[in-house]
Design a binder for this molecule. Sequence first.
Ligand code: EPU
Length: 337
Amino acid sequence: MQSFSNKSLKEHNTFGIDVKAKTFISITTVEELKAVLKKQYASEVFILGGGSNMLLTRDINKTVLHINLKGKEIVNETEEEVYVKAMAGETWHEFVLYCISRNFGGLENLSLIPGNVGTTPIQNIGAYGVEIKDTFESCTALNVQTLELQEFSLFDCEFGYRDSVFKNALKGQYIITSVTFRLTKKNHRLNTSYGPIEQHLAEKGVQEPQIKDISDAVISIRQSKLPDPKELGNSGSFFKNPVISMREFEELQENYPELPGYKISEDEIKVPAGWLIDKAGLKGFRKGDAGVHTKQALVLVNYGNATGQDILNLSTHIQEEIYRLFRIRLQPEVNIL
Ligand code: EPU
């Protein structure tokens, strides 16, 4: 267990924001985690995973626990399926590639998403028609009060669109230590419904796609639109795609007939925030080192030395513009701290 004082978190958040942690401890075993929490109140610690879904706006005057638990193993298998458990500190994309190389299907559409395994259930990560909940079997989490490990089933997690019980009723009460996925060994259920995936496969002349082909397509699509955090600080989609009523949607379509929407119930429809921001003329907008990505308007970027507050100010400006033009309130998808 390594401990540092006054450590910069620039390398530990994908936005590349330079704030400091009063104390920083890298946790490599569950025992270490328990030992630290025995000595400190849960309210005095701050849990850090891959730092891929957060905007840090100030120094953290707490003990930052960097969850660096590593390891993956097959915990069960049948003819058709395999249950693979990964510790929370495993890099998500490396885990996806590990599964693909063994022909374990189910995670291929979620290739190249930044972050660590342990944070994937918190916001039920999703892309190209697939969410973590589709292959999630269970996760183990440490109760920060009782210091007991507890198992959460799919049902317990209450997954929703970029949402789970860990963001709501149980917020701050558990630290996820491992996640188990139920993956296919054969008869993979491929999801190629997302237009650009189909297009990519067609261009490559792939007739009978394997999971690796889907992963390659996803990687290529993401690389063409989404900035690599190592090159340009960002946190993926900054806002959630808002859900509006059918009536509001139809009213908006009078002025914007080309407005896209994905019906989610009889009277509700999800509209792409990226489209709204783009339409508002804000794609590529830049103020100092805080900007709206030039290829995907839903992504805010740090051109180098933006502070968390600069990014936050930009996001407020976007929210105001979108409300002024469309009467829609955008909600951040990233956690703002
Ligand atoms: N669009 C624009 N201009 C833009 C961006 C998007 O007009 O600048 C339009 C696109 O043409 C398309 C629609 O908006 O009609 C949707 O765009 P896209 O397919 O790129 O997806 P998204 O809704 O912007 C969501 C997820 C992404 C995920 C993609 C693909 C959310 C908040 N974001 O983005 O997730 O990769 O779908 O499934 O749901 C993330 O969460 O960090 C993330 C990147």
